[in-house]
Write a protein that binds this ligand. Structure first.
Ligand SMILES: [Zn+2]
Length: 287
C-alpha cells in the first residue's frame, strides 16, 4: 500500500498487528511508535503520550530498575537463591534416602561370609549385612548417623541408594584406639583392620574425593589419637592420585602417610587390600 509518510503506491507493507511493525522500501522499517514519531516528527515520549491519549490511559513515568551493575547483582542473588534451593532439595532427598537406609539395614540379616565379594577379598563379614544377594555396607555421616548403604552384588558391582548421600560419608571399623587409619575403600579398610589384629580403628572414606573430609571427621572423633593415611599406591595412574590425595588429607589434619609397596596385581596399582592378599589374605581373618 502507499506509505503514510513518504506516499508512493505500493512501497509500504504492514507486518504485525501485535507491535505495528512495518516495512517501507523507501523510508525504512520500524514499529508502530516509530511510525508515529516519523509521521508526527516527534520524540518517543511524545508518541507514547499520543497513543495514551488515543487509548484513554495516562502515561506514568517508567524508570528501568535494572541498570548494568544492579543487573549483575540481581543475577548473583538469583543464582545464590537457586543454589540454596537446589542444596535444600538435595538435602531433603538425602534425608528420605537416609530413612530408607535405616529401614533396609534394620530389616537385613547378617552377611553370608560366602558372599563372592568377601571370598574374592578374603575377608570375613565383619558385621556387614546382606539383602538378597547384595552385601550391605552402612555409610555414616559426621555424627555417625546412618545415611546411605552401599550395596555390592554377587558380581562385585557397587551401588548406593537412590539420592543417598555420597559425599563425606564413611564406614568405621573397630573402637577408639591410639592409632587410627584412614583409607579409601571398604575392603582396604577391612584388610588393614585385620592385619592389625582388629585392635585399631579404621575409617574407609568410600572414595578418593572424601579422604580429606573424612580425615577431619576422624580427627574430631579421635582428638588424642595419631592419624595415619593409608594411601592407595596408584602407580598405574599419572600423578599417583591415591598418594597425592592422601598427602593432601594428611597435611590438612597433621597425619602421617603410609603406602603399600607396588605389587604386581591384575588391576594394576596397589592398595592395602592387594597387600593383604599378597601376604596371606584370610590367614589374618582367623584372628
Ligand atoms: Zn515510506
Amino acid at each position: 500500500m502507499p506509505c503514510v509518510f513518504c506516499k508512493g503506491h505500493d512501497r509500504y507493507s504492514f507486518m504485525s498487528i501485535v507491535n505495528g511493525n512495518y516495512i517501507c522500501r523507501q523510508c525504512g522499517a520500524g514499529d508502530g511508535f516509530s511510525l508515529i514519531m516519523k509521521v508526527s516528527d516527534c520524540s518517543f515520549i511524545e508518541a507514547v503520550e499520543m497513543v495514551g491519549q488515543y487509548l484513554g490511559i495516562t502515561r506514568q513515568g517508567y524508570s528501568n530498575p535494572i541498570h548494568f551493575e544492579e543487573n549483575i547483582e540481581l543475577r548473583r542473588l538469583e543464582k545464590d537463591r537457586y543454589l540454596k534451593e537446589a542444596a535444600a532439595e538435595k538435602h531433603r532427598q538425602e534425608a528420605v534416602a537416609a530413612q530408607r537406609a535405616v529401614r533396609l539395614w534394620n530389616s537385613a540379616s547378617l552377611a553370608n561370609s560366602e558372599h563372592p565379594y568377601l571370598i574374592r577379598k578374603q575377608l570375613p563379614a565383619l558385621g556387614l549385612k546382606q539383602s538378597g544377594n547384595n552385601l550391605l555396607i552402612p555409610l555414616y555421616a559426621h555424627d555417625h548417623e546412618l545415611v546411605n548403604i552401599e550395596q555390592i552384588n554377587s558380581c562385585g558391582k557397587k551401588f548406593g541408594l537412590k539420592n543417598g548421600k555420597r559425599k563425606d560419608v564413611y564406614y568405621r571399623f573397630g573402637q577408639e584406639s591410639w592409632t587410627v587409619y584412614i583409607c579409601e575403600g571398604w575392603a582396604t579398610g577391612a584388610s588393614l583392620y585385620l592385619m592389625e589384629g582388629q585392635t585399631i580403628q579404621v575409617y574407609s572414606a568410600m572414595g578418593k574425593g572424601n579422604l580429606t573430609a573424612i580425615s577431619y571427621i576422624a580427627k574430631e572423633q579421635n582428638p588424642d589419637s595419631r592419624l595415619i593415611l593409608a594411601a592407595d599406591n596408584d602407580t598405574h595412574l599419572s600423578g599417583n592420585p591415591g598418594l597425592k590425595d592422601a598427602l593432601h588429607a594428611a597435611e590438612a589434619v597433621g597425619a602421617t602417610v603410609m603406602m603399600p609397596p607396588a605389587i604386581s596385581t591384575q588391576h594394576r596399582g596397589t592398595d592395602f587390600s592387594d597387600f593383604y592378599l599378597a601376604n596371606g589374605g584370610h590367614a589374618y581373618g582367623t584372628l
